[in-house]
Design a protein around this ligand. Sequence first.
Ligand SMILES: O=C(O)CCC(=O)C(=O)O
Length: 331
Amino acid sequence: MVKKYSIGNEELETLWEEVRELSLGTSNHVERLQSPPSPIEFLRNYVTPNKPCIISNALEHWPALSLWTSDDYLCQALGSTEVSVHLTPNGRADSLVPHPADSSSLCFASAHVEHMSFTDAFHLISDSGESGDVVAYAQQQNDCFRSEYGVLGSDCDAHIDWASEALGCLPEAVNLWIGNNHSETSFHKDHYENLYAVVSGEKHFLLLPPTDIHRLYIRPYPAANYSYYQDTGGFDLELEDPVRHVPWCSVNPYPSQGREEKEHNDFPLYFNGPKPFECTVKAGEILYLPSMWFHYVKQSPRTIAVNYWYDMQFDMKYAYFNFLQSVNPIA
Ligand SMILES: O=C(O)CCC(=O)C(=O)O
């Protein structure tokens, strides 16, 4: 058996404080630049220190910024093109929900993925959640902007030029996200440098640096999948067989009414530690979300975004992160 070493909460608290004092800042605000940085500025001030920033006035030259405010334009451009839409009963895909056989425990639920014409998908997303039975979110994370939504390609830049130059590569994947205020994305991290461009609506992010990994209580949860039945409009949630466990963040930063005390007691390192960085990214802005940062995402009202995932460097920071992950907090 691999022995896990333990680390005291005081040592962890010192790490969280120190990284904020030395580099990230002690307020929980994300720095906002008024125009795109030069590649060297971006590399020096944000990528190398693994520090997020928001870039305003970043998409002025994108036709998408005005064209995509028109539903008719999008429906004419894409019309009957088949796209993938993620359906859930509650807007919480890839997140923890009550276990179907034992509601006192949790499982990791993935959405039902339905393929339909863009026009149907767009109407479903725009209307969904209001009647409380199905929430639709276009969020296929497989380079879908360059495949399913290829006809919209000339409305946006193929890559973010100052970021590509700084990072020395082109994006590995470009994804389109169309969702409404009923969809949320639970805390997780990605092994990519993420340039997240909001074209319409607003995205609300909570961010925690990789140093704060223990505050999210990553634990293994059994994987389950939703199935949606169009005739009844109902969902089934079934556990995978054979059982597969997914390590996932346990913390819900917005506990429902009546559950606040329990969540605070169960996850004290999250609720009693420094506040997560918090920002709203508006239409025309890009969030630089550094690799391995944990993020929780909400949106309002209906939001369209395109994000560019660039390969991260698997360097010394990654090795330190793996080491930190391998030790257990004492409490
Ligand atoms: O927009 C969202 O809902 C989630 C975005 C995200 O998780 C990502 O870009 O990695």
